[in-house]
Every structure is written in structure tokens, then in C-alpha cells.
Write a protein that binds this ligand. Structure first.
Ligand SMILES: Nc1ncnc2c1ncn2[C@@H]1O[C@H](COP(=O)(O)OP(=O)(O)OP(=O)(O)O)[C@@H](O)[C@H]1O
Length: 249
């Protein structure tokens, strides 16, 4: 679904590489954490996928499209296939939760009856049923991030990118947000989440891609773990999620 082949990105000609010869493959339906210290290249990787920036070298395939040479007029169609969530929630302050989410569909030209069906369905999916009429400032940080996630996925994109979505949230709220992303992933959406939060990575135990100074230094799906060990990690992750859910009840 997302393929990088020997991708290098230099923001300035001859300057340092923000991404350095990175190759990776994220399959349809996967959930991947992208980790690494500040400045390691996580946001650069995401911004290349959305074609906000173009690579200095290498090729990038996103949902079957060759992104780097793509003419500008085709970029909106690429972006329809990608939902994006950021650390700061970027909601429209004067609009209700419902309006924030419906806005996306209006811009895309959806029909009224589609909007009326999709918005409540999506608010339900992110755990915001009953909050449609609230304004952003009447919500907690975690709830605001749920609105941002609803807004990103209401158009049903095959790919969801989340760049430090829990950066402004406390540990419990962060885990709740990752559970929402996990739920969305289970509907078939490919999810890539950049994070600094080692606690989250440990609890959810998904595939981990690690960047260091722009280089890919770890990719657990690339044989970093033996098959049995992977299965054991998946079981441990399942147990951790179940324990979290029991805590909630
Ligand atoms: N627009 C830009 N112009 C020049 N250099 C940039 C630009 N954006 C990022 N960089 C540089 O590229 C490198 C990678 O930055 P990037 O934002 O991708 O890292 P990151 O891992 O997302 O960091 P953080 O976790 O702090 O967001 C850094 O050295 C950064 O200074």
C-alpha cells in the first residue's frame, strides 16, 4: 500500500539527508509504528507519502500511484485516499463536532443523505456518539483528537497517517486514542503512526519501523523476530489490550 524504494530527502541541495536511502513496504491492512528521536525523519516520511514534499532520490508508491513524478493536478486524488491526524488537533473552532466532520464530505461534494449517514457512523466508530453538538472548546484533549480522527476517516480512506497523535495527551488518554486507531485498522484501513512514546509501542506491539538520523535502523517485519516469537508478541499484545479493556469496565 505504501512502498519506499531507496528514498532520500534533502531539504537543501547538498545539505544533510532528512531521510537517507530508506526502503520499506507497508502492506494493505497493516498497523505500523514509526519511531525515532526528534529530528530522525518521521514527519518527513509522512509528508512524502502525502506529496507535501517530493524526494530528492528514490521512488514512492502510494495506493498504486507513483507519487514523486505525479503532476500537481493529480495530488488531490492521492490525498482523498489518505487521512491525516496531527499532534495538534487542527479543528475548526467555531464549528460543532458534527460540522467539523461533515465539512470534509461537503468539500468532496458528497450528497446530503451520504453525509447524514456517514458522519454519525464515524462519530460512533471513534467513540463520540452523543457529542455531535459540542464545540471543540467544550471537549477534552482526547475527545478533540477523536474528532480529528473522525474527520480524517469519514471519507473512508484506505490509508490513515497519524503524526504524533498522542503527543499532547496523558498516558491513559493516549492508549485510548491508539485503541481508536486500532479499531479503524480493523475495518481494513492501513495505519502508520509516528510516535516518541515507547510505552504505547510496548503495549500495542505492532510492527515497528525505527529511524535514526534519517536512516531506517529497525523494521521488525523484516525478519527481526522469528515467527514463533512474533506470534508470542501478538498474543502478549492481545492480552495487554484485553487488560486495558477490563480496566475500563
Ligand atoms: N522544512 C524543512 N526545511 C529544512 N529542514 C527540515 C525541514 N523539515 C525538517 N527538516 C529537518 O529534517 C530532519 C528530519 O525532521 P523531521 O521533522 O522529519 O523529524 P521528526 O522525526 O518528525 O522529528 P519530531 O519528532 O521532532 O517531529 C531534521 O534534521 C529537521 O531539522
Amino acid at each position: 500500500m505504501i512502498r519506499f524504494e531507496h528514498v532520500t530527502k534533502r531539504y537543501a541541495a547538498g545539505g544533510p539527508a532528512a531521510l537517507d536511502d530508506v526502503s520499506l513496504d507497508i502492506d494493505r491492512g497493516e498497523f505500523v509504528f514509526v519511531v525515532g528521536a526528534s529530528g530522525s525523519g518521521k514527519s518527513t516520511l509522512m509528508r512524502l507519502v502525502t506529496r507535501e514534499i517530493t524526494p530528492t532520490a528514490g521512488s514512492i508508491l502510494v495506493a498504486g500511484r507513483d507519487v514523486a513524478p505525479m503532476p500537481e493536478r493529480k495530488v488531490p486524488s492521492l490525498r482523498r485516499d489518505i487521512g491525516v491526524v496531527f499532534q495538534d488537533f487542527r479543528l475548526l473552532e467555531g464549528k460543532t463536532v458534527y460540522q467539523n466532520v461533515a465539512f470534509v464530505l461537503r468539500v468532496l461534494g458528497s450528497k446530503r443523505h451520504q453525509i447524514k449517514q456517514l458522519v454519525p457512523e464515524t462519530l460512533d466508530l471513534v467513540g463520540l456518539d452523543g457529542m455531535a453538538g459540542r464545540l471543540p472548546h467544550e471537549l477534552s484533549g482526547g475527545e478533540q483528537q477523536r474528532v480529528a480522527i473522525a474527520r480524517a476517516v469519514v471519507k473512508k480512506p484506505p490509508i490513515l497517517l497519524a503524526d504524533e497523535p498522542t503527543g499532547n495527551l496523558d498516558p491513559d488518554t493516549s492508549a485510548e486514542i491508539v485503541k481508536v486507531l486500532d479499531r479503524i485498522n480493523k475495518t481494513g484501513t492501513t495505519v502508520a503512526m509516528a510516535t516518541h512514546d515507547q510505552g504505547i509501542v510496548d503495549v500495542f506491539q505492532k510492527r515497528v519501523i525505527e529511524l535514526k538520523n534519517g536512516e531506517l535502523v529497525r523494521d521488525e517485519a523484516r525478519g527481526g523476530y522469528a515467527r514463533d516469537e512474533t506470534r508470542e508478541r501478538e498474543r502478549a499484545a492481545q492480552r495487554a489490550v484485553e487488560a486495558l479493556e477490563r480496566d475500563e469496565d
